[in-house]
Ligand binder design. Structure first.
Ligand code: NAD
Length: 503
């Protein structure tokens, strides 16, 4: 038996528990199907086989979950902070203990390669530990005395919140959004993506097994247009933390308007990596390849536009093309695989449509540009060259293992191209000139920038985008700013003069 056969057998054994009742909702601590009894089928992107049924929920399920979250709120908010911290650490311990199950389930459900997913659970556990340690200080405020008043600020959790996550690295992203909400003292209704529901269910079960009181974390599965929409419109839900496409963010903002929802959006990107002629080109090459071809290119922070200085472009592209042609596409559970199948047919069709768009617009396909025959949503890692900044392949988020290269002559031109898109999530700059790096990063329109580095996440730093890439920041204390209300209280320190009307 090969390692792959072995992994497939194990993965199927882990998923066997979802045969029969499928992936259920969890409301007020109880596993339940959708109240209407409706469900939908979840297929694997690897070979399109049936994986499990999933509860297809609607407004009634969301209403029950929001009420459960409201009922659990006071107890969770008022729990001694040391206890809250302990529970969140226990969740992290349990995630680590089930790391293999989580990784294997994620691979089969999303098509993400094991080489990356084997760390997904550890990253998720790290998110819980980071916010667990901050839970005791979540309520902290400032003392801002004036002449007549002792002004203090304090923070209180905003209430039950809705969290809506996408299908790319769904486990890691769910922990990233839910851990700070719980640490802040909020209760949660989570609506995971319809295309990747399995690990969200495992995560929620882990949390309740670790001692999270019933109703603090409710899980409602279903489609965006019904369950997702109802969540954003529910009166008891005070805020929506959303990760997904920019146009969905815009819809959510409209949907939440009547109930004045606070929103936090982590949206799409068309992130540039800019390589100047003085850069360490070998390292820049490794980083550019990693940032677009890892995680199947289904990564919001992927470096999907490569801007090369003209003097180095030809040689850089030659090396790049030969590396791209070497990338191993295969079964996500094969430890050798570097790129697995895309999440679903609709997304696969969208990514493949850019092969024709590139040709029609006059770009060159220097590698890939095709989909291997057979079952599953596999595409070859693709490289577009001879592109210009106004082409669709240089403007639109493709969200697959597809890189567009562009060239520039001057720093000003590089900046104009880099900023010339609707998005502004991340940017990557390669140069040995520190003065240029400072000048250039100051003008770049992006929420997160790395200089001479790939994306290396450091949890205390702010995560988020500008322009169509998002609103708000996560990480460090920024997460608490979103999930909590600031309160100011002024205590008079004496008998200061109060204006006397009608006296
Ligand atoms: P999507 O917007 O289609 O769906 C995301 C979630 O929103 C799903 O759970 C979906 O059911 C729900 N949804 C859809 N319509 C809704 C509606 N009207 N009301 C409420 N909920 C609704 O996104 P996707 O295709 O699942 O994910 C890929 C996108 O996510 C990409 O654009 C990617 O860049 C982005 N993303 C951004 C970040 C970031 O941090 N900026 C991180 C990961 C992914």
């Amino acid at each position: 038996m090969t390692q792959l056969d072995n992994n497939i057998t194990k993965a199927k054994a882990y998923l066997a528990r979802f045969e029969g009742s499928g992936v259920m909702n969890q409301i007020g601590g109880k596993a339940q199907p959708a109240l209407s009894g409706a469900s939908f089928d979840n297929h694997s992107p690897v070979d399109e086989t049936f994986l499990c049924k999933v509860a297809r929920s609607g407004a009634k399920d969301i209403d029950a979950a929001a009420k459960a979250a409201q009922a659990a709120f006071a107890e969770w908010r008022d729990m001694p902070l040391a206890n809250r911290k302990k529970i969140l650490h226990k969740i992290a311990d349990a995630i680590e203990a089930r790391a293999e199950e989580i990784a294997f389930a994620e691979c089969l459900d999303t098509g993400q390669p094991l080489r990356f997913m084997s760390k997904a659970a550890l990253r998720g556990a790290e998110n819980f530990r980071f916010f667990a340690d901050r839970a005791p200080s979540a309520r902290d405020g400032q003392s801002l005395p004036s002449l007549t008043l002792m002004n203090v600020t304090t923070r209180t959790p905003i209430g039950p919140v809705g969290i809506i996550t996408p299908w790319n690295t769904p486990f890691m992203l769910s922990t990233w959004k839910i851990a700070p909400a719980l640490a802040a003292g909020c209760t949660v209704v989570h609506k995971p993506a319809e295309f990747s529901p399995i690990t969200a269910r495992i995560l929620m079960e882990i949390a309740e097994d670790a001692g999270l009181p019933p109703g603090v974390w409710n899980l409602v599965n279903g489609f965006g247009e019904d369950a997702g929409r109802a969540l954003t419109e529910h009166k008891l839900i005070k805020a929506i933390a959303f990760v997904g496409e920019s146009r969905t963010g815009s819809m959510i903002m409209k949907q939440g308007a009547d109930t004045l929802k606070r929103v936090h959006f982590e949206l799409g990107g068309k992130n540039p990596v800019i390589v100047f002629d003085d850069a360490d080109l070998d390292r820049a090459l490794d980083a550019a390849i990693f940032m677009i071809y890892s995680l199947n290119g289904e990564r919001c922070t992927s470096s999907s536009r490569l801007l090369l200085h003209k003097s180095i472009a030809a040689e850089f592209i030659e090396k790049l093309a030969s590396r791209v042609n070497n990338i191993r596409v295969g079964h996500p559970l094969d430890p050798e695989t570097e790129i697995g199948p895309l999440i679903h047919k609709e997304h696969y069709d969208k990514v493949c449509s850019y092969f024709d768009i590139a040709k029609q617009d006059g770009a060159t396909i220097a590698a890939g540009g095709k989909a291997p025959q057979g079952k599953g949503f596999f595409v070859s890692p693709t490289l577009f060259t001879e592109a210009s900044p106004d082409m669709r392949i240089a403007q639109e988020e493709i969200f697959g293992p597809v890189l567009t290269t562009l060239t520039f002559e001057t720093e000003e031109e590089a900046l104009e191209i880099a900023n010339g898109v609707d998005y502004g999530l991340t940017a990557y700059v390669w140069t040995q000139d520190i003065t240029r790096a400072m000048r250039f990063t100051d003008k770049l329109e992006a929420g997160m920038i790395w200089v001479n580095s790939e994306n290396v996440r450091h949890l205390p730093t702010p995560f988020g985008g500008v322009k169509a890439s998002g609103i708000g920041r996560d990480g460090g204390d920024w997460s608490f700013e979103f999930y909590m209300e600031q309160k100011h209280i002024g205590f008079a320190t004496g008998a200061h003069a109060i204006p006397r009307l009608g006296a």
